[in-house]
Design a protein around this ligand. Structure first.
Ligand SMILES: Cc1cc2nc3c(=O)[nH]c(=O)nc-3n(C[C@H](O)[C@H](O)[C@H](O)COP(=O)(O)OP(=O)(O)OC[C@H]3O[C@@H](n4cnc5c(N)ncnc54)[C@H](O)[C@@H]3O)c2cc1C
Length: 377
């Protein structure tokens, strides 16, 4: 069996790439260290389809978020994937925040997101009687998605086109061969190792993407590929379904590493608060939710949900963002790079795929396919 493409990682990005590249005539493998698809960041997030409001103009985050959002809504409709274009309110609670709303609207328009409207306090009250705001920005194209259903759909379509999935299999080494292909060494659950050759390789290893790039011989510090872990915790709210009908976000601080603790709803109408952003310097997989943080979450959300009571908050879950920045560093873009210039043709690294990675997944897959289309052996 001659293997054309190997995709490392079966999160939402790896699955979208596998679906995009799988063709009956050429063999494609998906290598995943966990026993099933989407066991890491792709199932530990807010499940929000972002509009693309805040990302710097011209960045991959901005471009791929807007394109990915359109593709995702279309795909959801065609494939019957549960989603809801519920819209999002960014709420100001004082005059200073009101001024920031105007700046955010300007930034969004510069990014090609031109459907935001400024709402008065009265209009916000009509739309969301339980939300307190002195003004708000409304983003009608923001929504929510059942990300598990999306991942199952992508995996099924990839399989239908002949993709083979190897679970509980970890990529340990990637070495270029004299014939232009790559030797990939994998370790199975029982500790045994195996090696195969692939023509092209796409690294969608999420939190491990920089380490997988290093295994191909890339100096990740020299290239600025090193990822840093930032935990985001969530608390669920014991509130009736329909308590709020839109996603409600605070005005983000300019230097924020996240979007501020916001209130999201899921497809069942359940409300959760989060995520916060805690730097994990040891780079450990810490998915615990500190019950002690309940007060912090309550205080953050109470500003815009004044009737909320602290005892209604319960620790829910946590996810980890693979960020390219440490505390104090400036915002970084996604890195989606074909590595010919580093002597590794047809090897594409997807590094730093934090939010809006879920929204962007189908657009990332198109982008990867375009990068690979120019290389052949
Ligand atoms: C708290 C939080 C909230 C977020 N909210 C949103 C949101 O609302 N909207 C949005 O658009 N985005 C959001 N995101 C971002 C989004 O979740 C991610 O961008 C996306 O899930 C990344 O998918 P992925 O496939 O790149 O990574 P992952 O889902 O992490 O998948 C990578 C896979 O690679 C596998 N792997 C790693 N190393 C190896 C190896 N050596 N061999 C084999 N397999 C390997 C892992 O096991 C894993 O399954 C959020 C992220 C976080 C943390």
């Amino acid at each position: 069996m001659r293997i054309k493409t190997t995709v490392v990682g079966a999160g939402v990005v790896g699955l979208a790439v596998a679906e995009r590249l799988a063709e009956k005539k050429d063999q494609l493998l998906v290598i995943e260290r966990n026993p099933a698809i989407g066991q890491e960041t792709s199932s530990r997030n807010s499940e929000v389809i972002h509009a693309g409001i805040y990302y710097p103009r011209g960045s991959l985050k901005s471009e791929l978020c807007r394109k990915g959002r359109r593709m995702l809504y279309q795909r959801c409709r065609l494939a019957n994937i549960r989603h809801l274009k519920c819209g999002k309110l960014i709420v100001a609670t004082d005059p200073e925040e009101e001024q920031r709303l105007a700046q955010i609207k300007q930034q969004a328009e510069a990014n090609g997101v031109d459907d935001l409207s400024l709402l008065s306090a009265t209009r916000v009250k009509q739309m969301e009687p339980r939300v307190k705001a002195t003004a708000a920005l409304f983003s009608p194209s923001t929504g929510i998605i059942d990300s598990h259903r999306l991942m199952r759909h992508l995996a099924a379509r990839a399989r239908k086109n002949g993709a083979l999935f190897f679970f509980e299999t970890t990529v340990e080494a990637i070495e270029p061969r004299p014939d232009g292909r790559y030797n990939v060494t994998v370790r199975y659950r029982d500790g045994k190792t195996d090696r195969f050759a692939t023509e092209q390789l796409v690294n969608c290893a999420g939190l491990e993407a920089d380490r997988v790039a290093a295994r191909a011989g890339i100096d990740i510090d020299a290239c600025n590929y090193r990822q840093h872990f930032w935990k985001g915790e969530y608390f669920s709210c014991d509130l009736p379904a329909g308590y709020i009908k839109h996603l409600v976000y605070p005005v983000p601080l300019p230097a924020n590493v996240g979007l501020g603790i916001h209130a999201t709803i899921d497809m069942t109408g359940r409300i959760k608060l989060g995520p916060n952003a805690t730097y994990l310097p040891e780079r450990i997989y810490d998915y615990t939710v500190k019950a002690d943080n309940r007060k912090l979450f309550y205080q953050a959300a109470r500003r815009y949900l004044p009737e909320l009571r602290q005892e209604q908050l319960q620790p829910e879950m946590a996810g980890i963002r693979p960020k390219l920045q440490k505390p104090g560093d400036g915002i970084r873009d996604f890195i989606i790079q074909e590595e010919s210039e580093r002597g590794l043709p047809r090897l594409v690294n997807c590094i730093g795929i934090e939010s809006p990675g879920l929204t962007s997944c189908l657009a990332i897959a198109d982008y990867v396919a375009a990068l690979l289309a120019t290389g052949s052996i």
